[in-house]
Design a protein around this ligand. Structure first.
Ligand code: URP
Ligand code: ZN
Ligand code: ZN
Length: 463
């Protein structure tokens, strides 16, 4: 049978190495890696010349928030349609979003509601982490069912008591125990709520003249807030035997603690996000600094370097963007009070360019490691491997032709996201997703999403 797609003359990059080879696709799967001859190319449905480009698996973003309402009627700028338009334009072919339970809502109901919200709109494949903002013993059967339905991960927040989302230590231990027995991974947003309260009160008590504006976010959430919570989450995971994944880590010490836990044989992993690698904390104090408000907050150079070291040496296993986009107008509702900033940044579309520019383009990260952090790293953590995140015979033909030669200045107006500003505005970023294929069909080209060539699907993940 003929090939539907040939990607010819590219340099294939996998975590194990780099080599020149063609890739052949049939029925949405990779069926050939090697030399594809003239006749097979002539008969193929489509041939893409990848000369001078890297060919890698489509990227997996294990941490996005599309269509998230954070209260007070504030809903993210990107829904599942525009968010996945941005995702594929940036080279992401699979993402994992989060359910959004109402208080008292059973996990299964929240899961079904989120599927109904996402399924008709997604332009690439996706999975769901199950957020628990409360827990009742009779909900255990829901967790077991979620494993069977291909969503074997839970998300707990150690903060956001003000939104009613916080899991206290008792809930952490209880849920971790069930998760271990049922085979779910527990993702945790680790910050210490009570320390944040304490420091926030101190900053708010400063005389008017000394008030720090949006920089108050950094002052009210010093690294200690994250480090203590990371250490506690690791202790609790160790005690319960749960598989723990720490999301959006922003400090060097948090990454160090993850590394130590792994060395001690605990089932602990961690991810960081492009903003913690690329953006200086000082920018919070500048004009429109409040737009960069996210939690944990942006940090100093020492942390950015520490995170990069941890990505390089394997203490951190994945990059997740925590894409949580609010428009400039939404951000501007903060009214000068750093506690009222809608937290979160856009990132899914620029993630690969940011990490490529800071990593391989500067000789700061081997290309294979960069590929791994965006592909098989998250795939292995979250039960997608090898179907997603790997370039092997028989796996989904989610493929990315990455052009390292492109360099462009970011302009929000050029991006596909519905967010009308970018943290990277004016910044020269290198590399571009030249062709992006989802199950063998091209979905984006040169930073533009193509018109709905294929529907995204919910992917069953394995526990
Ligand atoms: O500021 C952030 N990180 N917003 C998104 C929600 C979360 O905590 O992940
Ligand atoms: Zn979070
Ligand atoms: Zn998040």
């Amino acid at each position: 049978m003929e090939l539907s797609l040939v990607i010819a003359n590219g340099t294939i990059v996998t975590p194990n190495g780099t080599r020149s080879a063609d890739v052949g696709v049939r029925s949405g799967k990779i069926v050939k890696i090697g030399t594809i001859g003239r006749i097979a190319r002539r008969d193929a449905g489509e041939v893409v010349d990848a000369t001078g480009c890297l060919v890698m698996p489509g990227a997996i973003d294990p941490h996005v928030h599309f269509d998230l309402t954070i209260g007070k009627g504030m809903t993210t700028a990107d829904d599942f349609d525009t968010g996945t338009r941005a995702a594929v334009a940036g080279g992401v072919t699979t993402f994992i979003d989060y359910t959004t339970p109402e208080p008292g809502q059973r996990p299964m109901e929240a899961f079904r509601a989120r599927r109904a919200a996402a399924d008709p709109y997604v332009r690439c494949d996706y999975g769901l982490h199950n957020v628990l903002i409360d827990f009742k013993p009779e909900w255990r059967s829901d967790l077991a069912q979620l494993v069977r339905l291909g969503a074997p991960s839970i998300k707990l927040f150690m903060i956001y008591s003000d939104r009613g989302w916080q899991a206290d230590d008792g809930m952490l231990v209880e849920v971790m125990g069930h998760a271990r027995r049922l085979g779910l991974t527990v993702c945790v947003h680790a910050e210490n709520d009570s320390l944040i309260d304490h420091y926030t009160r101190r900053v708010l008590a400063l005389p008017k003249k000394k008030r720090p504006g949006a920089y108050g976010l950094a002052l009210s959430r010093p690294p200690l807030c994250e480090n203590e919570a990371v250490a506690r989450a690791i202790l609790l995971a160790g005690a319960t035997g749960a598989k723990l994944h720490l999301v959006h880590l922003s400090t060097a010490e948090a990454a160090r603690r993850v590394g130590e836990a792994r060395e001690a044989g605990l089932k602990v992993s961690g991810e960081t996000s492009p903003q913690y690698l690329a953006l200086q904390h000082k920018r919070l104090a500048l004009k429109n600094g409040h737009r960069l408000g996210c939690c944990p907050p942006l940090r100093t150079k020492v942390h950015r370097q520490g995170l990069f070291d941890a990505l390089r040496d394997g203490r951190l296993s994945a990059i997740g963007t925590d894409h949580c986009a609010f428009t400039a107008a939404q951000k501007d509702t903060w009214g000068g009070d750093f506690t009222r900033i809608p937290y979160g940044l856009p990132g899914v579309e620029t993630s690969l360019q940011v990490t490529w520019t800071l990593g391989p383009a500067r000789g700061n990260l081997p290309i294979e490691r960069w590929v791994s952090l965006h592909t098989d790293g998250p795939a292995r953590l979250f039960g997608l491997y090898p179907r997603k995140g790997s370039l092997q015979i028989g796996t989904d033909a989610d493929l990315l032709v990455w052009d390292p030669k492109v360099a462009r200045r970011i302009k929000a107006a050029d991006l596909q996201t519905n967010c009308d500003w970018s943290p990277y505005e004016g910044r020269a970023l290198k590399g571009q997703a030249r062709h992006v294929f989802l199950r063998g069909i091209e979905v984006a080209r040169a930073g533009r999403c193509l018109r709905r060539p294929v529907r995204g699907k919910f992917v069953l993940r394995r526990a």
